[in-house]
Design a protein around this ligand. Structure first.
Ligand SMILES: Nc1ncnc2c1ncn2[C@@H]1O[C@H](COP(=O)(O)OP(=O)(O)O)[C@@H](O)[C@H]1O
Ligand SMILES: [Mg+2]
Length: 329
């Protein structure tokens, strides 16, 4: 009777890392009462241990049990819901201050370069409103299959597993979703996709700036690696510094800067023209105490839409970037 009362009181609370109630998630694993101490003992599964979601839920549980039901104490043991992605997998958020600076281009090329090094890589396209990864990877836009266990089967291109809202949206129609829906789509990418258990790197193509998605991702992955992408233009630099500080504030680890569209090399004279400004990357690196891990010129791949092959100059730059990242992380 008392157990039922406790269950009913707490099952509507939300695990903000998965954006569903404890009831929907079947997350209440045990309810006990220590009569001597007038205290409630709970075992609850949660999407991510050690982050904001755990903090929120702990507070709400204490409020409900103590203020709502009048118990003196509460002891909660959180167990991390088994994410499909292994705990050894490195998550790299590809972030920037401004849009259009080349996040998706860098994500796709870095993923390909890591895959060429023999790494098991996936891309999660977290830029829900302007998801571009499948098109930049030159993939067919079709709805994914569902496995026998009811999970979404990721698409694979060049050995890279890819998941994006683009596969779910009607072709050519804009996505007008608001926060809650974006969040449930994002958490589905982490909890409902049948990712390979051997993934070593998951690159997450983020939307520009420090909006909702940054906070949502932080609840799912409390401490990720962050690669900042910027052009040298003063406008981009100012915002990327702020964005970097925002990610640090959320306890992510900035691993370095990619300066994209850094210059244009005249094919005949080999002279460099700094069309988007000069030394902006250095300024940002200095302000954030980071290294510039790659300097990428304005260029177009010879064969593919966006992906540079290994034997192209820019392909080599991505190869070096992938090597550096795989050694350091
Ligand atoms: N180094 C580069 N040289 C030339 N064009 C580039 C380069 N990097 C990106 N672009 C182009 O700039 C546009 C924006 O790039 P994108 O990767 O979509 O940026 P973001 O994801 O930051 O919005 C795209 O058309 C892309 O092809
Ligand atoms: Mg993009």
């Amino acid at each position: 009777m008392r157990i039922k009362q406790i269950r009913e009181a707490i099952e509507q609370l939300v695990d903000t890392s998965r954006h569903q109630t404890l009831k929907e998630l079947n997350a209440i694993k045990h309810i006990g009462i220590d009569d001597e101490k007038k205290s409630v003992i709970l075992i609850i599964t949660i999407g991510a241990i050690g982050g904001q979601a755990e903090h929120n839920l702990k507070k709400e549980l204490a409020r409900t049990i103590k203020l709502g039901l009048g118990y003196r104490g509460i002891r909660v043991q959180f167990e991390e819901e088994k994410r499909i992605i292994s705990s050894k997998t490195k998550f790299i958020l590809i972030a920037s201050g401004k849009g259009g600076v080349g996040k998706t281009t860098v994500t796709v090329n870095l993923a390909n370069a890591l895959a060429r090094l023999g790494k098991k890589v996936a891309i999660i396209d977290a830029d829900i409103h302007s998801s571009m990864v499948p098109r930049m990877m030159e993939m067919n836009i079709i709805q994914p299959d569902i496995t026998e266990q009811g999970r979404i089967r990721p698409f694979v291109k060049n050995g890279i597993e890819v998941m994006s809202t683009e596969f779910f949206s009607e072709h050519g129609k804009p996505i007008l979703w608001r926060g809650a829906l974006i969040k449930s789509m994002l958490s589905n990418f982490f909890f409902q996709v049948d990712w390979s258990p051997e993934l070593e790197y998951v690159l997450i193509d983020m939307p520009a700036g420090t909006g909702d998605t940054m906070n949502d991702i932080s609840e799912i992955i409390p401490s990720a690696l962050v690669l900042l992408v910027t052009t040298p233009h003063p406008v981009a630099i100012e915002i990327v510094i702020k964005t970097g500080m925002g990610y640090r504030e959320l306890h992510h680890e900035l691993i370095g800067i990619v300066e994209n569209m850094a210059f244009f090399e005249d094919p005949t004279t080999k002279e460099h023209h700094y069309l988007c400004g000069k030394d902006g990357g250095l300024y940002a690196a200095d302000a954030l105490q980071l290294e510039i891990l790659a300097t990428i010129p304005i260029a177009k791949p010879k064969k593919n839409f966006i992906i540079f092959d290994e034997d192209e100059v820019v392909g080599e730059i991505y190869h070096d970037l992938a090597t550096l990242i795989s050694i350091q992380n």
